[in-house]
Write a protein that binds this ligand. Structure first.
Ligand SMILES: [Fe+2]
Length: 186
């Protein structure tokens, strides 16, 4: 009985791990964290842009465009969350860069122009980042695919709106109202 007790305590002893034995998990390379942090900043900037655009449209009584841009603003937060989740999955605490923007809009067409430029710039940035990470981290390259596809769709969406704006006389309020009604859903 005593022998059995000794064997049991020996086995239990073998099962006790030390804190120092715990493996420290890998983290992303600092250069990858840096470029993804820049993109988190861009996604929040896009969120601010669309939220301001939605407020502007609602105040001017472009209610369909306001609803459209509200949805865009929400989507940008989803994108920002995707990048933050990716960093956390790789044991990196994300830094959210502060957004410095004072939005000013002169018309619904001005918003569409600026939205196109914003989306195209982000499309270009995700493409550049993808080529940068491809030789050093395929996991990040794979992760960025979803964002590249999303950006391509956004660029196409705003291209459509720019082309549609060519179909109306944008100096005529009534035609702009028709443009809004026709192309901003509802
Ligand atoms: Fe986005």
């Amino acid at each position: 009985m005593e022998k059995l007790q000794t064997q049991l305590s020996e086995i239990n002893g073998m099962q006790i791990a030390q804190q120092t034995e715990i493996i420290t998990p890998h983290q992303l390379l600092p250069e990858i964290v840096g470029l993804l942090t820049d993109r988190i900043g861009d996604e929040y900037k896009a969120h601010y842009f669309y939220k301001n655009a939605a407020n502007w449209c609602r105040e001017k009584a472009y209610f369909k465009a306001a609803t459209f841009f509200e949805a865009e603003a929400a989507n940008e937060l989803v994108h920002a969350d995707l990048v933050q989740k990716y960093l956390v999955d790789w044991n990196v605490l994300p830094f959210i860069p502060p957004v410095k923007m004072i939005p000013s809009f002169t018309s619904l067409i001005d918003i569409v122009n600026k939205a196109y430029e914003l989306e195209y710039d982000l499309f270009a940035a995700y493409n550049v980042n993808s080529t940068q990470v491809f030789p050093i981290c395929l996991a990040t390259f794979d992760f960025l695919q979803e964002l590249r596809i999303g950006q391509r769709q956004s660029v196409a969406e705003y291209s459509d709106l720019l082309n549609a704006a060519q179909l109306v006389n944008v100096s005529n309020n009534f035609e702009v109202l028709y443009f809004e009604n026709q192309y901003f859903g509802g």
